[in-house]
Design a protein around this ligand. Structure first.
Ligand SMILES: [Zn+2]
Ligand SMILES: [Zn+2]
Length: 367
């Protein structure tokens, strides 16, 4: 077995499937932004970390990370500089000595981000990869703050923590070939680490610890969400051509004053008319139009002005599942997390993660 196949199998065995079904579940996240950088600097933020390097089919310890370590892309692997040492290998790991330890990664383009867990730097399928192997309960607060920021009511954070934890089960496996479960971009869920997580978010995630949404057969719900539904959510069937009893249309007026409630976009008049005459899609016209013109949402009115067509739209995102801005407003007015979830998802139940089997990813990644 080639060394990298062995290594990838190790990461996946640790993080996917079996581990996700345990209370101390781990998830492996591809750190896409850092992967683009030629050099990544590493500094301990809390506790202590050790370098491991893969040599002769085994990982060998290289000692503690002290001061600022540096790891660069090299031919067919990574070049690591730490404590005066300089090593080249296809695979390095920064491993925490304790579950609470935190590492700070820094690059010129991304700035710095803090993470809990082990960081894997590896060369695989002719590409450099950086993957964070982190507890699910450290991933969730990072996703929640990246997705909705600070300043919301506690119920909103509780609802989003449950949604993000559940959605992670659904997206897990999308990046299996690269060696991780999920990426840290909007394709899976945005995850920019823990630097901006505050006590309110931490407490809300903790209050919902390990809880996920399941359907009547105990399977994880496809906990889709979007910024603003524009007045009513859409069914899974309308957007993805896959009927889902948990994702049906729901009227929602709570998002009307949200930051993404309305938008305007112009397209060329000629371009618009050709599209209208020739569009031959299995999708509904509004949804196909959204994709074709890259509109923020599929809820709009078009005003034909001859040379240009002005499109006045409502909402932002695909419109399926939880409307974040509607949920924020409901939470602000005192609605509980469970009532919010029951508004946007139909026929749901709460279960601890360890009692739930994971699903293969199959829905659209479109947000
Ligand atoms: Zn992804
Ligand atoms: Zn809404």
């Amino acid at each position: 077995m080639k060394w990298w196949r062995w290594a990838i199998c190790c990461i996946l065995a640790i993080s996917h499937g079996t581990a996700l079904a345990q209370s101390n579940a781990l998830i492996t996240v591809g750190l896409t932004d850092f992967q683009q950088a030629p050099t990544v600097r590493c500094r301990v933020a809390e506790g202590s970390y050790r370098w491991l390097v893969r040599e002769n089919d085994a990982f060998t310890e290289l000692g503690a990370l002290t001061k600022t370590g540096e790891i660069k892309k090299a031919n067919g692997g990574w070049e690591m500089h730490a404590g005066g040492a300089n090593r080249i290998s296809p695979y390095f790991i920064l491993k925490p000595d304790h579950a609470e330890a935190k590492i700070k990664l820094i690059s010129e383009t991304t700035g710095y981000r803090q993470y809990r867990g082990a960081v894997h730097f590896y060369w695989h399928a002719n590409e450099w990869h950086i993957a964070l192997e982190t507890p699910m309960e450290s991933y969730v607060p990072g996703v929640v703050v990246s997705e909705i920021g600070k300043g919301h009511a506690e119920a909103m954070y509780e609802a989003h923590a449950i949604v993000s934890r559940t959605y992670a089960l659904h997206t897990s496996g999308r990046h299996r070939l690269a060696g991780y479960d999920v990426c840290d971009q909007v394709h899976c869920q945005v995850f920019a680490g823990l630097s901006t997580v505050n006590d309110t978010i931490e407490a809300a995630c903790d209050a919902t610890r390990s809880l996920v949404l399941v359907d009547r057969l105990g399977r994880p719900v496809v906990a889709a969400f979007h910024s603003n539904c524009g007045g009513a959510t859409r069914s899974s069937e309308a957007v993805w051509q896959t009927a889902n009893p948990n994702l049906v249309t729901v009227e929602d007026h709570y998002c009307q004053a949200g930051a993404h409630a309305a938008w305007t976009q112009s397209v060329g008049g000629e371009q618009w008319r050709i599209w209208q005459e020739t569009s031959d899609s299995t999708e509904r016209f509004d949804i196909a139009t959204r994709h074709w013109f890259k509109l923020p949402s599929a809820r709009f009115n078009a005003v034909d002005l001859g040379d240009t067509v002005t499109i006045h739209g409502m909402g932002f995102g695909h419109g399926v599942g939880m409307c974040q801005e509607g949920a924020m407003q409901r939470a602000r007015q005192g609605t509980s997390a469970w009532m919010i979830l029951n508004t946007y998802y139909t026929d749901i139940r709460l279960r601890p993660l360890q009692e739930v089997t994971t699903l293969e990813s199959n829905a659209s990644s479109d947000r």
